[in-house]
Design a protein around this ligand. Structure first.
Ligand code: NAD
Ligand code: ZN
Length: 341
């Protein structure tokens, strides 16, 4: 089968024939229709320090996808051939304390599709049926293919009550922009998003941010004043992984504010802990998506009118994958989709 493989320990990715994956007793075989390129795939493409430590070579990469069930193991129930599915990319152990308590997103033995095991940038993918999520008919293949990062946005954004609250999002990458759209949809008042990339800030405004602030030329405190916010932000969603953005967030939070942190800093990050203590801030780390509450929320947010379409800015056929990675790397894009059908 056709597949995108990390074949060499150097920058790049290669379109190559791989054997069709074997279907275990509890697995689904999924024929992939569309995949999307994640920031993680860019790290793997660029072969940065993290990838060198993490990614086995050779390996099929990719974890954002939609496809159709074409076969399944003998123990699988609840799915049938022809079901349209995406899937949770974190394969959990099922036997640790958190797994057994139903808190699968906190499993300490998680394996990542397209990170620690064979991924979705291929004509076929197998995953445990447990990890699959059936896509309702009225949700398009395009949107279904980005449920993984949309889930990061939803898990983070819905960590705290947003109704009537003022929300600060640092980082207008695809996930930050989707989080802004979610925050507005569920009833936040001001949704201020920051970045240093004008293309992405414009997209964030189009998708519902009240103010998109370029912190390389505008002071966040001026925007806060303009909006008439006298006390600071109630909820912060850190989605950049940039230490200066997080420090700025701590500075602008109201007392008793709540912060959910998704962005991954490159290394240790110094912050003024006195701000956390004296403001009585609550800080929550976010990894992945809740299984499967976040998935249900994603489907129902779209069914209740959340419009995510503008976040998909580019689509390429799989033979043009190189253009897809270049577009994603340029910063002048939202989500980039690769079509396999
Ligand atoms: P991204 O890299 O596309 O977005 C990060 C954005 O931050 C970029 O648009 C960048 O221009 C912006 N930025 C740079 N400097 C900034 C500054 N000073 N202030 C504000 N913004 C600034 O990434 P993404 O795919 O949208 O993901 C967002 C973050 O979440 C990344 O750090 C990613 O690694 C992380 N992530 C975490 C999980 C998890 O499970 N915890 C899952 C997916 C992604
Ligand atoms: Zn576990």
């Amino acid at each position: 089968m056709k597949s995108l493989v990390k074949l060499h320990k150097e920058p790049g990715i290669w379109l190559k024939d791989s054997p069709k994956p074997e279907v275990g007793h509890n697995d689904l075989l999924i024929k992939i229709r569309k995949t999307a390129i994640c920031g993680t795939d860019m790290h793997i493409y660029n072969w940065d320090e993290w990838s060198q430590k993490t990614i086995p070579v050779p390996m099929v990469v990719g974890h954002e996808y939609v496809g159709e069930v074409v076969d399944m193991g003998q123990e699988v129930t609840g799915f049938k051939v022809g079901d349209r599915v995406s899937g949770e990319g974190h394969i959990t152990c099922g036997h640790c304390r958190n797994c057994r308590a139903g808190r699968r997103h906190l499993c300490r033995n998680t394996e990542g599709v397209g990170v620690n095991r064979s991924g979705a940038f291929a004509e076929y993918l197998t995953i445990p049926a447990f990890n699959a999520f059936k896509i309702p008919d009225n949700i398009s293949d395009e949107l279904a293919s980005i449920f993984d990062p949309f889930g990061n946005a939803v898990h983070t954004a819905l960590s705290f009550d947003l109704v009537g609250e003022d929300v600060l999002i640092t980082g207008a990458g695809p996930i930050g922009i989707m989080a802004a759209a979610v925050a507005r949809h569920v009833g936040a008042r001001h949704v201020v998003i920051t970045d240093i990339n004008p293309y992405r800030l414009a997209l964030a405004e189009k998708m519902g941010a009240t103010r998109a602030v370029n912190v390389s030329n505008t002071k966040l405190e001026d925007v806060v004043k303009e909006l008439g916010m006298t006390e600071g932000f109630d909820v912060g969603l850190e989605m950049s992984g940039v230490p200066s953005a997080f420090r700025d967030m701590l500075d602008k939070m109201n007392h008793g504010g709540k912060i959910a942190m998704l962005g991954i800093p490159p290394s240790d990050m110094a912050v003024d802990w006195n701000k956390v203590i004296f403001k009585g801030l609550v800080i929550k780390g976010i990894y992945g998506r809740e299984m499967f509450e976040t998935w249900y929320k994603m489907a129902s947010l779209i069914q209740s009118g959340l419009d995510l379409k503008p976040i998909i800015t580019h689509q390429f056929g799989i033979d043009d994958f190189q253009k897809g990675f270049e577009t994603m790397g340029s910063g002048e894009s939202g989500k980039v989709i690769l079509n396999w059908d």
